[in-house]
Design a protein around this ligand. Structure first.
Ligand code: DX5
Ligand code: ZN
Length: 217
């Protein structure tokens, strides 16, 4: 299975965003993870379209956009226009998930669904035919730099099994508290993509940390 690292820009230095992106563009990162928070779905506000447009202008890697917002269906088109390659919405935030996934596809992006730590993975089973990526939250969404919730590992295994049983080519992504120390365990449990914010940006050498997570044993 191919491993991918998606650094979360939430932990980047926004005063030096261009420089931070250039470092990651030259790194082994497979994509850049953009956390969009509205202060309603989660108790924090991150950034919106102007910042995302700036990132899109500079970055050459695909943009992996994680919407932690209520009624994400209202903004799918705008995030696709702003250059999102993957648009991931929260299961807990959407009224009509199937229709939302279809609108992401119509907008030309790949469709992801994220589940919070308290949400059972099985709720996604009936939607797998429209899903390109399942994002397992391994912390409560809202903030970078939190500790990995240990029970997430079992959930990653359950999602992996469910995805394999579907026979569809669905990526499994894990977000929250990923470090060079636990990355091997997370990949082994069935993750294709790990998101890493604090681990990458608190490091003296973010590109080397991406590599370390990618090659963790
Ligand atoms: C949390 C975000 C994560 C976060 C990951 O709500 O979805 O993407 O930035 O950051 P770390 O790797 O620091 O847990
Ligand atoms: Zn995220």
């Amino acid at each position: 299975m191919q491993r991918i690292v998606s650094p979360s820009m939430l932990s980047a230095d926004f005063g030096n965003l261009g420089h931070e992106i250039e470092i990651l563009d030259r790194s082994a990162a497979g994509m850049l993870h953009l956390d969009i928070m509205d202060g309603v779905f989660v108790p924090n506000i991150s950034f919106g379209f102007p910042v995302m447009n700036a990132i899109r202008r500079i970055a050459t890697k695909p943009l992996d956009v994680h919407l932690m917002i209520v009624e994400p269906e209202r903004y799918v088109g705008r995030f696709a226009e702003a250059g999102a390659d993957i648009i991931t919405v929260h299961y807990e935030a959407v009224a009509d998930l199937r229709e939302c996934l279809r609108s992401i596809h119509r907008a030309g992006a790949r469709a992801g669904v994220s589940i919070k730590p308290g949400t059972d993975a099985g709720v996604l089973r009936e939607y797998l035919d429209e899903i390109d990526l399942v994002l397992v939250m391994s912390v409560e969404p809202g903030f970078g730099g939190q500790g990995y919730i240990p029970s997430s590992t079992e959930k990653i295994r359950a999602v992996r099994r469910m995805v394999d049983e579907s026979g569809r080519n669905i990526l499994v992504e894990v977000d929250g508290g990923v470090t060079a120390e636990n990355a091997a365990m997370i990949y082994d449990a069935g993750a294709d993509i790990v998101v890493a914010g604090n681990a990458v940006f608190a490091s003296d050498d973010p590109a080397a940390m991406v590599e370390k997570i990618l090659n963790a044993r």
